[in-house]
Design a protein around this ligand. Structure first.
Ligand SMILES: Nc1ncnc2c1ncn2[C@@H]1O[C@H](COP(=O)(O)OP(=O)(O)O)[C@@H](O)[C@H]1O
Ligand SMILES: [Mg+2]
Length: 281
């Protein structure tokens, strides 16, 4: 046992959770929404933060059109807290159970890429402040490895890497992990295999990534869980409704609920390389 696992035993559930992938199109935005929804249904106070300012689409997948978004905040028109709205599942009966807050991004503006270093630092500070106000801030990151992606969330955040079985998904996830662990050697990185064809395939995909990280980065990855490929995901996105609301019994939705539970209850194992994997160098 080392210090990290000892710390893990007393560590509270992660407040800032960044959803990353390296490659686009693997299901980050859908997963971020569903995770925020699952955590909210477990009575956690959640903010879903659209950190993908190049191709922001949390608002599109949720079918909302907030008056203000992160673009308005960066332009200095409103404060971060004033751009936050509450996503309500049930506007008819007014039942607020499971509602969560949303800070929308600004699609097509490319504004995050154009951020100066001080602006990026300011945004990171904002996320830290929000992390104190909520049980969880779930940040849907942009694809890619730009500085604006890698350093939007502060050190100490939990990273959930969304990966599927495409070779480019694995290589891009590996590149992200390599850069992140260079900046933060003890980063808390947990893997979610999405669009899995089977449990066996998910395990094989995880093994491929985890072996590469152990062998070349001396970093032990944790598997948080996997989400099966499920046509109801596409249906929910098409209807701009969270899957847990539209299809409460769907396989993919149930899998994200289990992942949310694991995130709150499972003790993170050591995230630095174990002594065994360090030998023979
Ligand atoms: N578990 C899944 N099963 C089936 N399709 C999925 C699943 N997860 C994501 N998808 C599909 O992948 C597409 C891309 O998802 P999205 O959340 O926009 O990805 P990203 O944010 O990583 O670019 C969605 O339109 C959806 O149809
Ligand atoms: Mg996205």
């Amino acid at each position: 046992m080392n210090g990290t696992s000892l710390l893990g035993a007393i560590k509270p559930p992660p407040p800032i959770i960044q959803i990353a992938s390296g490659k686009g199109g693997v299901g980050k935005t859908w997963f971020s929404i569903t995770l925020a929804d699952a955590l909210a249904s477990m009575k956690r106070n959640v903010l879903l933060f659209d950190g993908d300012l190049g191709l922001a689409n949390v608002d599109v997948q949720l079918g909302i059109a907030p008056k203000y978004d992160l673009g308005s905040v960066i332009a200095g028109r409103v404060k971060l807290s004033d751009a936050i709205i509450t996503y309500r599942h049930d506007t008819v009966s007014g039942n607020s159970q499971g509602d969560f807050d949303v800070l929308a991004g600004k699609s097509g503006s490319g504004v995050l890429n154009a951020l100066t270093q001080p602006e990026l630092k300011g945004l990171q500070q904002g996320i830290i402040v929000l992390g104190d106000q909520y049980d969880h801030v779930v940040v849907d990151l942009a694809a890619g490895l730009d500085q604006s992606v890698m350093s939007l969330c502060p050190k100490g955040s939990t990273t959930l890497m969304i990966v599927n079985d495409e070779p480019t998904s694995l290589t891009d996830a590996y590149a992200f992990i390599k850069l992140l662990t260079r900046q933060e050697p003890q980063a808390d990185i947990r893997i979610v295999i999405n669009q899995a064809q089977s449990k066996e395939q998910a395990r094989r995909t995880f093994a491929a990534l985890s072996n590469a990280c152990r062998n070349f980065l001396e970093f032990d990855l944790q598997l948080l869980g996997f989400v099966p490929k499920d046509n109801l995901v596409r249906d929910s996105i098409r209807h701009q409704t969270p899957i847990l609301f539209r299809h409460p019994q769907s396989k993919a939705g149930e899998a994200v609920k289990r992942i949310a539970e694991a995130l709150l209850t499972k003790i993170p194992v050591n995230t630095v390389a174990s002594p065994q994997s360090m030998t023979g160098r």
